[in-house]
Design a binder for this molecule. Structure first.
Ligand SMILES: NC(=O)c1ccc[n+]([C@@H]2O[C@H](COP(=O)([O-])OP(=O)(O)OC[C@H]3O[C@@H](n4cnc5c(N)ncnc54)[C@H](OP(=O)(O)O)[C@@H]3O)[C@@H](O)[C@H]2O)c1
Length: 300
């Protein structure tokens, strides 16, 4: 019988892929959510409605998880108001919450933490996203917990928020104006990411290690968007924007109602290529025994 897993941020895109694997392997799962939708999958998953930012709620979740259980933290946000070194939402989701999770785990004796960060996370990074994710990582690394950190490049999957967003835009618009079109990524499959995290539960050598998770190919943003458009059945022309016009476009997006497409902070993140450093090992393969899937696998 496995010890329980507390999957914080488990209702999202990556969380769903991890949930499917953990349920299949018989792990008791506890998933908190800020709001139940009524569509949640039932037992063996125990859904708990509340805010993980609220210490009493978090502690109740950890008591349910127990000292021998595992915490997986997937909480992440993509946008925030400008701030220095980062805005309040980045601070709450990527820094304060992580500190609270660590403190509560230490207090209640739960030791194992799988923490989701992002490739490029860096306390001195160029964007608020990178700086806040970097600070969250720093807190995890300097804790006394049995941690493992995962740093994926952009994650793709049937229900992702990235390729699907550009597919939607390609359906709607005759051409796609694109800032930082030559920014480079190493897209990694959500199945590969979820599998690596689940396998880490049974691999003691992953304790106190950090893993950059990337796919087998380096693609520019323009190539990713072209793929998304082709997948949507609309091979739209891509119009690369100069940096100043891209910033202006992002500023405009930030002031439009509805879900934010692209912020100036997202563009700042893309000022550095989101790829594996030269000569770094492909850990999906060497550590986790997983063959990295290319983006084209989405078309199957
Ligand atoms: N997707 C990518 O391409 C990618 C790439 C690199 C790294 N990552 C990292 O991977 C993690 C998971 O990404 P994802 O794509 O699965 O994200 P997602 O679909 O947005 O899911 C994140 C989940 O976290 C919870 N959450 C969001 N904001 C929160 C807040 N302020 N306080 C508490 N809970 C909050 C939400 O749960 P409820 O709404 O149910 O409360 C949500 O379901 C994130 O940390 C992200 O930064 C993702």
């Amino acid at each position: 019988m496995h010890a329980p897993v507390l999957l914080i941020g488990g209702s999202g895109f990556v969380g769903r892929a991890i949930t499917a694997r953990l349920v299949a392997q018989g792990y008791p799962l506890i998933i908190p959510t800020r709001r139940l939708t009524g569509q949640e999958q039932g037992p063996p998953i125990r859904w708990r409605e509340g805010s993980v930012h609220e210490p009493r709620f978090l502690e109740a979740l950890l008591l349910e998880t127990g000292a021998s259980g595992t915490v997986i933290n997937l909480v992440g946000v993509l946008h925030d108001k400008p701030g220095n070194p980062y805005g309040p939402q980045f601070k709450a989701a990527h820094v304060t919450l992580v500190a609270q999770i660590i403190q509560s785990m230490q207090m209640l004796g739960t030791r194992r933490l799988l923490h989701m960060s992002a490739l490029g996370a860096d306390c001195a990074g160029l964007s608020m996203y990178q700086r806040s994710k970097g600070e969250g990582e720093r807190l995890v690394r300097t804790s006394s917990l049995d941690w493992t950190i995962f740093r994926p490049s952009v994650i793709f999957g049937a229900q992702d928020n990235f390729i699907n967003l550009f597919s939607k835009l390609a359906r709607r618009f005759p051409f796609l104006p694109l800032a930082r079109a030559d920014g480079r990524f190493q897209p990694v499959s959500v199945d590969n990411v979820a599998e690596a995290m689940v396998r880490a539960l049974a691999l003691p050598q992953t304790l106190r290690q950090s893993y950059d998770l990337v796919g087998p190919e380096v693609l520019t943003l323009a190539q990713l968007v072209r793929f998304a458009a082709r997948r949507a059945g609309h091979d739209r022309p891509i119009v690369p924007l100069p940096a100043w016009l891209g910033s202006l476009q992002a500023l405009l997006f930030e002031h439009l109602p509805g879900p934010l497409l692209m912020s100036r902070d997202n563009l700042d993140s893309m000022r550095v290529d989101n790829v594996l450093p030269e000569g770094a090992p492909q850990v999906l393969d060497t550590v986790f025994g997983i063959r990295p899937e290319p983006l084209e696998s989405l078309l199957k």
